[in-house]
Design a binder for this molecule. Structure first.
Ligand code: KG4
Ligand code: ZN
Length: 498
């Protein structure tokens, strides 16, 4: 048994298969389906059909299923009389069950058809109830057999992040422990333009997304077979870049009938806190400072946050990068400026402090950047080189000082038990030292994520996704990313703004 069935191959049901199907249907059942009934199923978006085709091209078996009210109904399964007992029915059924994974499945079967009953029993179906006099030709009852929805506590979450210029994927277990994470930086691609070129970023994501997912699976020593959920960044970010990740994630989820969770990129940065410290206590005050964002957030729980303040102009990372550019350092430059500043004297120059006298938790970095421009413009070439480290140290002091100033006010004002930093700028060595000191001073638990969780990565998207909304096939096909999204919103998920 089974050897013969290997000679058949499975394919989607097509109209050209119908003559064979109708013949098998008529010889198999007392109340055969008509051609019109098959045609109707073929045109239904939620129907699942497959045929088993013999080497010479004739259809020797088929299955027709349809999803309704959250459960799959196996509506028709038949095998040609001369191909029975060789495993064709089992292959069609297994192919279907594999595809719908843990979904609930229901079917009706005649009590007088022991072969069918035992096939279904062997695949985990149990007889649940009877529908009296269901079969009109014989007046037999129908046995209703059900395969319960599998509550999969096992499985893995695959996360995809492509909101800016890093192509990232990660695998986490369902408790939120990362198993593997791969990021492909595009810094080398954008360096020659001095900034991220959206069109170039989108194209680089297209080239790399699949490879990055594959490499993540390889590093975790697993395959898509073990993935039970997918999460993806849907905004904010560059729209073309986001589209690549969203479409990659949708395709992976849809092909395996998996649920998809849309994730707000900023929720991801916040989640790097509990990715780093799973036992972090809430409320936590988190400073998110990256190339695109600077905000102070009170995090009450893993999906409950409140924006306390944000930048009114440039982001902190942007201020670092523009400073690095004026100083003639590398790209994007924040890290290089930080390194240079380590050997300089921070008190050498004074820079203006954005919104200094104001009672606000907002930030402003445009003034300090302009001041740096004038300072360097008015220096001679030789002095500019000689004093570079001092300038970098003073400039860094101004940026970090402004961040920590507001962080201190917020930490005192809000009743929080932990303090954390996130985003690329959280890699800054002075900021880490200062936040460390602040935590000690205020007696707060402190979370300083490792570098790989500070800059854009998919592990943090997965950590956020585990507490995000779950969309099932049929609900996410039309999911669209958004370039700008409020912190509290998830496009396609909770609080989606109109
Ligand atoms: O979070 P991220 O990877 O991307 C965005 O979402 O923007 O942050 C990147 C930013 C860049 O501006 C980069 O220069 C900055 O983080 N950055 C740093 C350091 N390392 C990265 N800024 C200051 N000091 C660093 N050590
Ligand atoms: Zn980011």
């Amino acid at each position: 048994m089974g050897e013969e069935s290997r000679r058949v191959h499975l394919a989607d049901m097509r109209i050209r298969h119908l003559p064979d199907i109708i013949r098998i249907e008529r010889e198999s059942f007392g109340l055969p389906w008509t051609e019109t009934m098959f045609l109707t199923e073929l045109g239904m978006p939620r129907s699942w059909t497959r045929v088993a085709v013999a080497p010479e091209g004739t259809v020797v078996g088929y299955i027709v299923c349809r999803k309704a009210a959250g459960a799959w109904h196996i509506m028709d399964l038949a095998v040609d009389g001369s191909w029975r007992r060789v495993g064709v029915g089992g292959r069609l059924l297994d192919d279907f069950l594999q595809d719908v994974r843990g979904d609930e499945c229901v079917l009706e079967v005649r009590p007088g058809n022991p072969a069918a009953r035992s096939l279904y029993c062997s695949r985990g179906f149990v007889e649940q109830s009877r529908r009296p006099g269901y079969y009109r030709d014989t007046g037999e009852d129908a046995l209703i057999m059900v395969r319960e929805k599998e509550e999969r506590a096992d499985g893995l979450l695959l996360a995809v992040e492509t909101s800016c210029d890093d192509t990232c994927a990660a695998l986490l277990d369902l408790e939120g422990r990362p198993l593997a994470a791969v990021s492909h930086s595009q810094d080398a691609v954008h360096a020659r333009y001095g900034g991220v070129v959206p069109e170039v970023a989108s194209r680089a994501h297209v080239e790399r997304a699949t490879v990055v997912v594959k490499e993540t699976l390889r590093q975790a020593g697993t395959s898509m077979e073990d993935v039970s959920r997918v999460a993806v960044t849907v905004g904010p970010g560059l729209i073309g870049a986001l589209l690549v990740g969203v479409q990659t994630a949708k395709g992976l989820a849809w092909a395996r009938n998996l649920p998809l969770t849309p994730v707000n990129h900023l929720h991801g940065h916040l989640a790097s806190t509990w990715l780093t410290a799973p036992d972090v206590s809430f409320p936590a005050l988190v400073l998110v400072a990256s190339g695109g964002h600077t905000m102070l957030v009170k995090v009450e729980g893993r999906s409950d946050f409140q924006l306390l303040g944000e930048t009114r102009d440039d982001a902190a990372g942007e201020a670092f990068d523009k400073g690095a550019r004026l100083l003639g350092l590398g790209y994007p430059g924040g890290r290089e400026l930080d390194e240079l500043a380590e050997s300089g004297e921070a008190g050498s120059y004074t820079f203006p402090y954005g919104l200094k006298g104001e009672d606000t938790l907002d930030f402003s970095f445009s003034g300090v950047k302009t001041a740096l421009y004038y300072l360097l413009r008015d220096m001679g070439e030789r002095e500019r080189v000689k004093k570079a480290a001092d300038v970098a140290a003073s400039y860094r002091e101004a940026l970090v000082g402004a961040l920590v100033w507001r962080l201190r006010i917020a930490a005192r004002r809000e009743d929080v038990s932990s303090l954390a930093v996130a985003g690329g700028v959280a890699a800054n060595s002075l900021l880490r030292r200062r936040v460390g000191e602040l935590g000690g001073e205020l007696g707060l638990r402190m979370v300083l994520p490792p570098l790989r969780y500070c800059t854009d990565n998919a592990a943090m998207i997965g950590a956020a996704g585990l507490s995000g909304p779950v969309l099932w096939p049929g609900e996410y096909e039309g999911l669209q990313p958004r370039a700008s999204v409020a912190l509290e919103a998830v496009p396609g998920g909770w609080g989606d703004p109109k």
